[in-house]
Design a protein around this ligand. Structure first.
Ligand code: LMR
Length: 328
C-alpha cells in the first residue's frame, strides 16, 4: 500500500523530535539511572548535551536517557562495548568486575568533604585512575561528584547498633557489604531502579544514598527518617569505550573533550548547593532528618573504619595514603 505524505511527515517529525539529530551528525547516546533534573548527575548530563548540541551542531548530536530508561548500571557497561551507547556515568562502586582500585571511593569516612574528593580526583593519583580499565576497553573522561551518603531505615538510626538485624540495600560493592556487616546488619545488592519498591514492600529495611537520590527517588517517603552520617562519597566515572574515543577525528575529539572538561568543572561546582537544596526539600516534604552528636558520630567512625584493612591491598596503600592526604 501507499503511505500518505502526512503519515510520512508525522513519523519523520516524531522521530526527529525524539532524536533531534540531523543526517551526518555523530549520535552520542548517554544513558544514566537518576532523575533528569534537580540532581547533580541529571543536571550535568543535560548541560553536556546542551553544549555539545549547540557547539558541535552539524557534527555531533547527544541524546540523554535518564531514569534507567535505556540501560541500568549492570547493563550499561556492556552496552558501551557493543556501541549501543557512547557515554555513561555509573557510580565508582559499580566497576568491581573491571577494577578493584575504585574500592577506594567506598572506604567509609575516607574523605571529610567534597572538596577533598575533588582535590584527590584532580591530583596525579586520581587522574591516573581514569585509565586503569583501558585493558578492558573503558576510558574515564572525568569524575562527576554526587555527594556524601546518608543512612535511612524503617526505624531511627542514631548509633550503628541500631542497624543490628536490619537489611540494607547496597550498590554492587563489596566494601559496602563489609561496612553493613560491621554494623550488625545484612546487605542486599539491588539495582537503583528497584530500591523504592524494595523499601516500600519491606524486602529491605534501609538504604544509604545522597540527599539528591533520597529526595528525587522519594526514598524518604517509605523510611522512618534519614540520619546525617556523611559516611561515604558517591561519585561517578564519566566513562566511554576506549575504542570509540580513539576512533574520533582528532579535531572532533579535542572539541568534545574541552566541553566535557568544562561541564565537569561547572557540574562539580554546583554539587554542594544541589545537595543542600535536596536535604531541605526532604524536610519541607515532611521527611525526618536526624543529626548526630559528636559522640554518636565517633561510634559510626569506629565501627566502620576497620573495614579499610580488608580492602587496602586491592586498592594500594599508596592510593589510600594519597586520598587521606587531601583531608585538611
Ligand atoms: C545507586 O545505585 O544508589 C547510585 O549509584 C545511583 C546513582 O547513579 O546515583
Amino acid at each position: 500500500g501507499t503511505i500518505s505524505a502526512a503519515a510520512l511527515i508525522a513519523s519523520a517529525s516524531s522521530a526527529s523530535a525524539q532524536a533531534g539529530c540531523d543526517d551526518g551528525e555523530m549520535v552520542i547516546k548517554f544513558a544514566h539511572v537518576v532523575a533528569a533534573t534537580g540532581h547533580p548527575k541529571g543536571d550535568a548530563a543535560t548541560l553536556l548535551a546542551e553544549r555539545v548540541n549547540q557547539e558541535m551542531d552539524g557534527k555531533a548530536c547527544m541524546e540523554v536517557f535518564p531514569n534507567s530508561t535505556l540501560f541500568d548500571d549492570d547493563k550499561v557497561l556492556e552496552a558501551l562495548l557493543l556501541g549501543d551507547v557512547q557515554l555513561a556515568a555509573p557510580s565508582l562502586s559499580k566497576f568491581e568486575a573491571y577494577t578493584l582500585k575504585y574500592r577506594l571511593y567506598d572506604l567509609p569516612f575516607l574523605f571529610s568533604s567534597l572538596e577533598s574528593v575533588e582535590s584527590f580526583n584532580d591530583g596525579e593519583t586520581g587522574k591516573g585512575l581514569l585509565t586503569v580499565m583501558e585493558d578492558k576497553g573503558y576510558t574515564g573522561l572525568g569524575y562527576w561528584l554526587s555527594g556524601l551518603k546518608q543512612f535511612s531505615a524503617n526505624k531511627p538510626l542514631l548509633v550503628p547498633s541500631d542497624a543490628s538485624g536490619l537489611k540494607f540495600r547496597i550498590q554492587t560493592s563489596d566494601v559496602a557489604e563489609a561496612m553493613i556487616e560491621a554494623m550488625g546488619g545484612s546487605a542486599q545488592k539491588l539495582a537503583f531502579k528497584e530500591v523504592y519498591g524494595a523499601l516500600q514492600t519491606g524486602v529491605v529495611d534501609g538504604q544509604e544514598n545522597t540527599w539528591s537520590n533520597i529526595y528525587t527517588q522519594k526514598f524518604f517517603e517509605v523510611q522512618d527518617g534519614i540520619t546525617e552520617t556523611n559516611h561515604q562519597v558517591l561519585a561517578y566515572l564519566l566513562v566511554t569505550s576506549t575504542e570509540w574515543l580513539n576512533g574520533l577525528e582528532p579535531e572532533f575529539r579535542d572539541q568534545f573533550m574541552k566541553i566535557v572538561d568544562e561541564v565537569t568543572a561547572t557540574a562539580n561546582a554546583n554539587v554542594a548547593d544541589t545537595e543542600a537544596k535536596n536535604r531541605q526539600n526532604i524536610i519541607d516534604a515532611g521527611g525526618e532528618v536526624r543529626e548526630l552528636s559528636a559522640e554518636q558520630r565517633d561510634e559510626w567512625v569506629s565501627t566502620m573504619k576497620p573495614v579499610w584493612d580488608k580492602f587496602t591491598d586491592d586498592i594500594g596503600q599508596d592510593v589510600v595514603d594519597a586520598a587521606v592526604a587531601t583531608n585538611p
